[in-house]
Design a binder for this molecule. Structure first.
Ligand code: PLP
Length: 375
């Protein structure tokens, strides 16, 4: 029997087996509420502390700079809304036109509060327009939020340079690193960011858990109000099992980051080579400075939706853009922003390999695409 091929790892990943096994202990044995004072909670408390240390180390942060959240969406909402919510005077914030909707829709709320949001354009590779950024940052900006790597095309932004300019102009810099953490090396000190969002299910951890890194001294206010968990910064009973699993998944991904990266680029090349050999008319979207494994392809004269469904029938799972946009049949905001030529734009799919994918998977996907397109 032919095996199915999952190639939508930018939407979510399979859980790391060690992370999965570790969860059981904190669901079946040490299942206490970690905030209780009795001895039964000692192991849960210790597990959270260890997980925070592991996560902090993996991005070169201090443990007390890591706040556990329910995932990328909450981390993004927290960073954007908590900074802007407490600004009495009208302030300005900068973002890009290709952010995830967790950022873009948070910005809509910020505009409703009366603040101004500017959406910086990108070039045809998805790279921030630096001149536009430098021009806008002079204008009473409180917060800049630019993603580290794009979820549809994989392009990596020059966050270190953007953070320097933001700080020189008195603004904070947040980066949505949901697609980058666990996939490329990240050092928050070197990047110079004030806040960074991450989500475990994008790096082989469980769904519904993530973290927000907040540089000490940033002065961020809580977003979730309630109990005093997470140093009084994020209320809610701690999701111990998922926190533990997230740390294990991140540690394992970081330990293999170079090997995985090389493997994923090999898969990309195998797929491109096969399509080229078969004279398929396609464009590879995004920059060459990108996260490994995430490829956006646009084909001439076909619909991405049709490709997705035909591949599905062949047991191959890819997406047309981001998972959050999968109900839209129109061209995504990212594909529009990078001005993919109209003959190709509607024929866009995203293939995102994970480290479990093989060269055979890459070639099988290419062969399936050739078959569909040539028919
Ligand atoms: N930011 C980016 C860049 C993403 O790709 C995603 C998920 O697709 C999110 C934020 C939202 O993360 P979560 O699914 O953990 O809420």
């Amino acid at each position: 029997m032919k095996k199915n091929i999952y190639a939508d790892n930018a939407a979510t990943t399979k859980i790391d087996i060690e992370a999965f096994e570790a969860m059981k202990t904190y669901l079946l044995d040490d299942y206490s509420n970690a905030s209780q004072a009795y001895s039964f909670s000692r192991n849960s408390k210790l597990a959270i502390k260890n997980a925070r240390n592991i996560i902090a180390r993996s991005i070169n942060a201090k443990p007390e700079e890591i706040y556990f959240t329910s995932g990328g969406t909450e981390s993004d909402n927290w960073a954007v809304k908590s900074v802007m919510l407490y600004e009495g005077q009208t302030k300005h914030m900068l973002t890009s036109s290709i952010e995830h909707h967790a950022i873009l829709n948070s910005c809509v709320d910020i505009e409703l509060l009366g603040h101004q949001v500017s959406y910086i354009s990108v070039d045809d590779k998805g790279c921030i327009d630096f001149a536009e950024f430098e021009n806008l940052i002079e204008n009473d900006v409180k917060l800049v939020t630019i993603m580290l790597a794009n979820n549809e095309i994989g392009t990596i932004q020059p966050i270190k340079a953007l953070a320097k300019i933001a700080h020189a102009n008195g603004a904070l810099l947040h980066t949505d690193a949901v697609q980058a953490v666990g996939h490329i090396s990240i050092d928050v000190q070197d990047l110079g960011v004030d806040m960074l969002s991450a989500s475990a299910h994008k790096f082989n951890g469980p769904k519904g858990i993530g973290f927000l890194y907040v540089r000490q001294g940033t002065g961020l206010k809580p977003y979730m109000n309630g109990g005093s968990q997470e140093f009084g910064m994020r209320a809610g009973t701690e999701n111990v099992a998922s926190i533990v699993a997230m740390a294990i998944a991140l540690k394992n991904n970081v330990a293999n980051i170079e090997t995985n990266g090389k493997h994923l680029f090999k898969l990309e090349n195998a797929l491109f080579d096969k399509l080229t050999d078969e004279n398929i008319d396609f464009i590879v979207n995004g920059s060459t400075k990108k996260i490994p494994g995430n490829i956006s392809l646009s084909f001439a004269g076909v619909e991405g939706e049709m490709l997705l469904h035909r591949l599905d029938l062949m047991g191959i799972y890819v997406s047309t853009g981001s998972a959050c946009n999968s109900k839209d049949t129109e061209v995504s905001h990212v594909i529009s922003a990078i001005s993919v030529p109209s003959a190709y734009a509607k024929g866009t799919i995203r293939i995102s390999f994970g480290h479990e994918n093989t060269i055979d998977d890459a070639i099988s996907i290419a062969e399936a695409l050739v078959k569909i397109i040539k028919n």
